[in-house]
Write a protein that binds this ligand. Structure first.
Ligand code: BES
Ligand code: MN
Ligand code: MN
Length: 452
């Protein structure tokens, strides 16, 4: 019945999603402020049309949050669906093979910014809800909370959650904003990394200098920044900040063995990225390096002359954006502090260093013995014909830890993307099959969860 509804309405589902993807809801770019709101209004209209009791676009200090609910019966369990309708900037635009906000289907995949992260995945929930309403089989109460600031650190979601605890009362949080291993090997994410995001500025002389007149006699801030950054890792690939690993939860040998049983092909991995070799912390496998180990990466670095041709200059300043991915039981504010102290302490006398913190977020691990996890597992088994493997993803969804803290709720991370979907990159895409199977699996989840 549900399969039939989906196949009959599939083209319409995709057309609607395409209309949503055409709205460039880039939360980081103030020029798109009105588009972000337009995307919120679009979602509001679609939720209303799908049959929610009420839906509102809630104002925040930043971009709005779309909140909706359908309360069937107070005796039934309540699922709070979280997602985000904002997207990453599309840059570098010239590397897209089709324009980022003009969705197209190529090789059975939807190409557009937000196709997978996260509009495409949020839309599966809207359509799963529509289908259950139309077929009169909605077995739970549903609340939707879809924000517009996830990609810029969810600054105002915490306040919204704290101020609306009664309204958000639920039994579980359901999120589709993560990845699957493959359609043949379905998986449920049970761990996410936390984040500390920093910016550093190194200042040398009080002005840009002629690199011939002064070069060799005055420290070059770009050279200095590079060696400071280089010193943040040792030869074993470990982060050298004192105390960085103090709170890292070490997994047992059995736990590590279990996580390495997940299907993974290093050959395919390298081929997908066009690299001849991988690099990471010594003594850990690729799944461990992204799943259970903390990291430090430079996200951007600038200074001096980067325009056309050559300009001989010894710059006054150099800067970098540096992020650290965190794992249980590291605490984002503590790591931010350790980084700041350390980075200042390694600054040579001939430069001044300024360190500022951007957003942060805590890591999260979700239970596998809850009734909600079991319902999700059954749903995958029913739709994919195979029990899902629990996996730990390397990305961050900081509000998962916040939901646990503020609402006392566990989350089920039922994501349907692939790591290779190029989220945050040019040519982001999402499989049409992933979308359709996602809708089916979500419907199956409600069915199993209602029986808990
Ligand atoms: N959906 C991603 C997080 C993600 C991706 C989790 C893949 C697991 C697998 C989310 O939209 C995201 O990009 N989060 C940011 C963090 C945020 C604080 C900016 C991230 O991970 O960089
Ligand atoms: Mn996302
Ligand atoms: Mn993202």
């Amino acid at each position: 019945m549900i399969k039939e509804y989906i196949s009959t309405n599939k083209d319409r589902f995709l057309h609607e999603l395409f209309d949503w993807l055409r709205i460039p809801s880039v939360s980081a770019d103030s020029r798109h402020k009105a588009d972000v709101r337009k995307a919120a209004e679009f979602l509001k209209d679609k939720l209303a049309a799908a049959g929610v009791d009420s839906v509102e676009v809630c104002e925040t200090k930043g971009h709005p949050i779309v909140y909706a609910e359908k309360l069937v019966n107070p005796s039934l369990p309540t699922v709070l669906v979280y997602g985000h309708y904002d997207v990453q900037p599309a840059d570098p635009i010239n590397l897209w093979t089709s324009p980022p906000f003009e969705p197209v289907i190529k090789d059975s995949k939807i190409y557009a910014r937000g196709a997978c992260d996260d509009k495409g995945q949020v839309y599966m929930h809207v359509k799963a809800f529509e289908a259950m309403m139309k077929l009169n089989v909605l077995p739970c109460n549903i609340k939707f909370m879809v924000e517009g600031e996830e990609e810029v650190g969810s600054d105002n979601l915490g306040t919204f959650v704290k101020e609306n605890k009664a309204k958000l009362k639920a039994d579980v949080i359901l999120i589709s904003d993560t990845a699957l291993i493959s359609l043949e090997n379905p998986s449920i994410t049970v761990g996410l990394r936390g984040l500390s995001y920093m910016e550093v500025e190194v200042t040398g002389p009080n002005r840009d200098l002629h690199s011939g007149v002064y070069g060799g006699a005055v420290a070059n801030p770009i050279n200095v920044l590079c060696s400071m950054i280089e010193s943040l890792h040792d030869e074993a690939g470990k982060v050298t900040i004192p105390g960085f690993y103090d709170k890292v939860a070490e997994l047992t040998a059995a736990e590590r063995e279990a996580m390495n049983k997940a299907p993974f092909s290093l050959e395919d991995y390298k081929k997908d990225l066009n690299i001849d070799d991988i690099k990471g912390e010594r003594g850990y496998t690729t799944v461990e390096r992204t799943g259970i180990r903390p990291t430090l990466d430079v996200n951007g670095i600038w200074g001096g002359y980067t325009g056309e041709g050559a300009k001989t200059v010894l710059p006054s300043k150099a800067s970098a954006k540096i992020s650290m991915r965190l794992v249980p039981n590291q605490v984002s504010t503590e790591i931010t502090e350790l980084f700041t102290k350390h980075f200042q302490s390694i600054a040579p006398k001939y430069v001044k260093v300024k360190v500022t913190a951007h957003h942060g977020g805590e890591p999260a691990v979700t239970p596998t013995n809850s009734s909600a996890y079991k319902a999700a597992s059954h749903a995958f088994e029913e739709v994919f014909g195979k029990a899902p493997i629990p996996t730990r993803d390397g990305g961050s969804i900081p509000i998962v830890a916040l939901f646990k803290k503020e609402l006392g709720l566990d989350t089920v991370l039922m994501g349907f993307g692939f790591d290779s979907d190029a989220i945050h990159s040019p040519n982001e895409h999402y499989g049409v099959k992933n979308f359709i199977l996602g809708v089916e699996t979500i419907v199956a989840f409600y069915k199993h969860y209602a029986k808990k």
